[in-house]
Each structure stands twice: as C-alpha cells, then as structure tokens.
Design a protein around this ligand. Sequence first.
Ligand code: ZN
Length: 368
Amino acid sequence: MFLAPTIHFTHRKHRIGTLGNRVVARYHRPCTNVPKPRARVPSLQRRLSVQASALRVGHGFDLHRLEPGLPLILGGVRLEHDRGCAAHSDGDAVYHAVTDAILGALALPDIGQLFPDTDPQWKGATSDVFLRAAGAMMLQQGYRIANLDVTVILERPKLAPHKEQIRQNIAGLLGLSLEQVNLKAKTHEKVDSIGENRSVGCHAMILLERQPLGNSDEPSTSASESFASSASGAPNAASPNSLESGVFAALAATLSRVHEVIESRRSADPEKSWTAKLFAKGRHKIAQKVGEEALEVALDAVQNRPDRVVEESADLLYHLLVLWADLGVHPNQIAAELEKRQGKSGLREKQHRNEYKDTKEQHDLVQH
Ligand SMILES: [Zn+2]
C-alpha cells in the first residue's frame, strides 16, 4: 500500500559514492522493487577510515597569546592569573594539543579545520567538546589510547598544584586510567614570548593502538562508559551525554569532510563530476534528487531492508550536503541545531560557556 510513490522512480537515477578522493556516480536500476546490485564503490565511512595499522603515533602542539582580563584555562582547570588565552574558544591549549595529537594519529584534519574559528558556534566553546569529538572519532576508527604524554610550557603561574586535576580531567574525558596520562610543566627560562608571560604553549604525544579484532566491543564499550560517566561530580566533569555529544561532533566532522569534497567539485567539469553536474543543473534538480533519495530510504524502511536503508541514507546525506552547499549552509550549522536539541547536556554546556562569555565578548578573539 506504500508502493504508490514508486512512480517517482520510472526514470533513471544515479548512485553516488566515493573512490579515493573522487566523488563518483553510476546509474542503477530505475525501480525499487528490483534487488539492487551491491555498490562497487567504497562507502563514505570506509573512505574516511585510516589504514588499519596496529599502532599509530600522533603529536599535537598549541600556543595561545596571553592577554589581561581573560580567564586562563588549561586542561579544564581555571588557573588564578592576571591574564588568559586569547582564543575563539576558551583557549585551553592543553585540550587543543591533545585533540590535535589524536586527530594527527588518525590522519584526520586538525582542530582548526574541523572546528574553524570562523564558525560562530565554537565561539567561547569549552574545549572538552573538541577533545570528546576526537575521542569519539578514534573509537569510530577502531583505536584506543595506549598512552599520552603532555608538556605544558608557561612561565607563570605554577602548574604543579593543578597537575593531578588536569590529568584526571584528560583521563576522564578519554576514558583512560591515570597511569596512561602523563603531564609535565616547564618554564621557558624567561626568553621569548612564553618566557615573557605573553603566551602559553603545549605539546602532546600520543600512541594509539588498534582495538583487538573480534573483541572490539569490549574496550570500546568501557571507553564509551567512561566518556559518558567519567569524572562525575568534578568541576570539569563530562556531561552525562558527553558520548552522544562527541558522536554528534564526530558525525559533523565527517559531514564537514564530505562538504569539502563537494565544494572542491563545484567548479569541476560537469562531464567528469556528478557533483559539478548537479550544481550545473541547479537547485531544482538537486532538491528533486534529495526528494527521491528520501523516498527510497522510506520505501526500504517499510520493506524492512536495513542494509539498503544504510546505503540510501548515505545517498540522501550526500545529496542533502550538495543542497546545503548550494544554499550556502555548512553542515556545522545542522550539527549545532542538533546539539541545541539535546536538552539537558546542551543546557549544561551553555551554562558552562556563559561563565566566560561576558569577558570574552569584549575582545576580538580570532584563534582557538
Ligand atoms: Zn588552541
């Protein structure tokens, strides 16, 4: 009885996928009640997966200018100081360096690319958001952290009284034991900007190991539980929905990468690029494709075909991304809207953010 809309499929349509970093398309059968051949192109998820090395090493470095009147937040701890980090987010150089170390180990774009400082949604963001997102991406790729070594370089104030809290915060956010997280603090011997108390720097080295095959649920689950429940009650506790929040951010990051590919095809030859062809045909055509793909998802769902729903959902998302790009909408805007609807954890994030907002808004802050 739900078959009436198949009339929409009497014309040929494309199946979209990616091959290497090329977006490719192929025709497939015009009608939904004929079984589909399996797609020959790798799925988006596979394209975005890193090669399955057993071990991967990553390095992150961050530096922020220190300016009077701003809060100094390092490793989720607010330190007493006469100045703080100038940044688009809360400027937590420790969380930023660790985030970049994880992303680097996974061969993913860096924190500045995934969470651009031109994007208003990250203004004043607490940086645990970025770290949780990187942790969720790591789990998605099938890796876990072996160990992490962080070196903070600042002239003042002394970090020693806060080192254990910072270690606990990092361990809590990433689902690690304290032994897996090391933190060192150094001065810069009064030379250069760090030594002159005008900036703070941080290095992070990380070793990731592949989750054992066939046992991937176990470490992933324990890490997930830690993501969700770690450090509860501590001042910088992960929110109860931090895993979900991280997954939203991870999905947003995946969509951002596809968005970049789509943007890069905008000016390509329409004869060679399906994306360029869609742009050339215009918004009505793109919107029509979105409608068709949505209907395919719906039809496969009512026919109880979860595998097809996964494939068609990827097609739908791809065409939706093209439509967004045509309208100048970035996937981060959709992610922000989803985050907003998360309710409790979103409210908690906002409350946390507002602690810094007032001071920060008086400044023209341009970096992470
Ligand atoms: Zn930073």
